[in-house]
Write a protein that binds this ligand. Structure first.
Ligand code: GLC
Length: 550
């Protein structure tokens, strides 16, 4: 019976936290413009407190032209007017704390907006200037420099380079943008970049935020000489990600967060092929934790999930960092939909929007996955709407699609809007209470009429709802599971079942098969993802939590 242990047990809040991701545009709209805002979040803090999460992570709230929904920042120290203002952010931070919650904000250091004064100054200053040195301006190849400097492709499709025209009308160099052309990559070899971001971190730490989610944390440094990736890029050795020098940035940032009282934390968005690679960012003097995308991407199959759990625990133990568990976020396909497909795995570069999905099956599995992820040691993320069991909205009319991926991919990838549709809070028709006192408001993405069964209000009334499953499970997690030793002991329960205990008082069992399985005797049922199952049975595609029989 193999046993794996995580790192040293400590009581730091972030080691066992449940963190709720708020996609600000789509959480709650107070002013009736159809776009979520900070006042909307404030008005819903009692909901989040009662849900039982420990902390909130907010997607970018900064001034932005919104070429990539706020991930193109034009001022890191102010709030976009569509969301509110700085005073509103300060009031929100305070109100979050008054509700017994913590708040993590998104920081976007790999790139800024092309409207940021840094980039505008770089365009104006001309070749060889320190202002241009903040970015990657490089002469093109070929005759007249009219070919991009190398063969890198942007993540959203197309070349990662755009050529500028100098102020005198002559063709200029190209600048690097790993995402849209409106998101120029910053040059992290320029010492001014580190200094500027340290000030930005302090700006928000001084205002009381409890930490940062770091966007594209693996991407900041580029390989010297900006070499081609070639026709067959090597995933473990890409010149635009996971360069060794990036760790010095996080060591410097850690010194900043450690200098503040109150356990301020940094969570990395690190998409790298293996946990061995991303846990290098979690050494004791770097980031505190990172999203476990292997878990998110894994097929819903017992052997695959067990493997991910085992190597997650082992790789995090090697650096003393807490593992995390995440099923969905604002960039992925909602897991209700993923888990109802024939191929239940997820690949960011190949989202398979048109794959059919059995949503009843996906829902059963998603509920089981909720109990599984909330039972494991470490931290857990809940993406807004997970707790409502929302599926991906796959039928957004193409003329309403906002994600730049759609255009950049030449209309081959619908992008990420399907998981970003504004939340349904109450009522029988759109906007389902999303815009509070403004029932005539039109949400920035259309909500499906079928969501009337999924609203917070409807689910609150139904004891068997996914919302109540989450509420009960999060309460038990806080009271019992988060106090348990950070060890997982596997129990052999057959090839279709994953079963593990965290102590004599807590066992989690997940049935991946389509047939019911007898539960062992001598336990007390603490929670079940399927409350139609009779006693003593673990229903198909379901999970249970078992406690010691008293
Ligand atoms: C991250 C964000 C994503 C954004 C991208 C560029 O992956 O999660 O939403 O588009 O970075 O900032």
């Amino acid at each position: 019976m193999p046993e794996t242990t995580t790192g040293p047990s400590t009581t730091a809040w972030w080691r066992t936290a449940s963190i709720y991701q708020i996609y600000v545009r789509s959480f709650a709209d107070a002013n009736g413009d159809g776009i979520g805002d900070l006042a909307g979040i404030r008005s819903r803090l009692p909901y989040l407190r009662d849900l039982g999460v420990d902390a909130l992570w907010l997607t970018p709230w900064y001034v932005s032209p919104m070429a990539d929904a706020g991930y193109d920042v034009a001022d890191y120290c102010d709030i976009d007017p569509v969301f509110g203002d700085l005073g509103g952010a300060e009031a929100l931070i305070e109100a979050v704390h008054e509700h017994g919650l913590r708040i993590i904000v998104d920081i976007v250091p790999n790139h800024c907006s092309d409207r940021h004064p840094w980039f505008q100054a770089a365009l104006a200053a001309g070749a060889g200037s320190p202002e241009r040195g903040r970015f990657w301006f490089v002469e093109g190849r070929g005759e007249g420099g009219d070919l991009p400097p190398n063969d890198w492709q942007a993540y959203f499709g197309g070349p990662a380079w755009t050529r500028i025209t100098e102020s005198d009308g002559s063709p200029g160099p190209w600048y690097l943008h790993m995402f849209t052309p409106e998101q120029p990559d910053l040059n992290w070899e320029d010492p001014g970049t580190l200094a500027a971001f340290e000030e930005i971190l302090r700006f928000w730490l001084d205002r009381g935020v409890d930490g940062f989610r770091i966007d594209v944390a693996h991407g900041l440094m580029k390989k010297h000489g900006l070499p081609d990736v070639g026709p067959v890029p090597i995933p473990d050795d890409l010149p635009y990600q996971d360069r060794p020098e990036v760790h010095d940035v996080y060591r410097a940032w850690r010194r900043v967060t450690d200098s503040y009282a109150g356990e301020r934390v940094m969570v990395g968005e690190i998409w790298l092929p293996t946990p061995e690679q991303y846990t290098r960012y979690l050494r004791p003097d770097e980031l505190h934790s990172a999203f476990n995308f292997e878990f998110l991407c894994s097929a819903w199959e017992p052997a695959a999930i067990r493997d991910v759990i085992d190597y997650t625990l082992a790789s995090h133990a090697s650096v003393g960092a807490p593992p995390t568990w995440v099923l969905s976020n604002h960039d992925t396909i909602r897991h209700v939909t993923r888990y109802g497909r024939e191929d239940t795995s997820f690949d960011m570069g190949h989202k398979r929007h048109d794959d059919p999905s059995d949503l009843a099956l996906g829902t059963r599995r998603a509920r089981a996955a909720a109990l599984l992820s909330l039972a494991l040691p470490g931290g857990v993320y809940v993406y807004q709407g997970d707790e409502l069991g929302l599926a991906e909205v796959v039928d957004i009319p193409v003329d309403r699609i906002q994600d730049p991926t759609w255009e950049r991919s030449g209309h081959t990838d619908r992008g990420r809007d399907g998981c970003r549709v504004p939340l349904p809070w109450s009522g029988d028709a759109p906007p389902f209470g999303f815009s509070g006192a403004h029932p005539q408001a039109e949400p920035w993405l259309p909500q499906p009429a079928r969501w009337k069964q999924s609203t917070v209000a409807a689910q609150s009334e139904d004891s068997a709802s996914t919302l109540n499953l989450y509420r009960d499970a999060l309460a038990l997690r806080r009271k019992l599971i988060s106090q348990l030793p950070a060890a997982v002991t596997w129990i052999d329960a057959g090839a279709d079942v994953l079963a593990f205990s965290r102590s004599d008082a807590f066992t989690c069992m997940v049935n991946f098969s389509d047939v019911p399985i007898a539960l062992p005797g001598g336990y007390r049922l603490l929670a079940s993802s399927d409350d139609t199952a009779g006693g003593g049975v673990l229903a198909p595609n379901a999970a249970v939590w078992l406690g010691a029989d008293s």
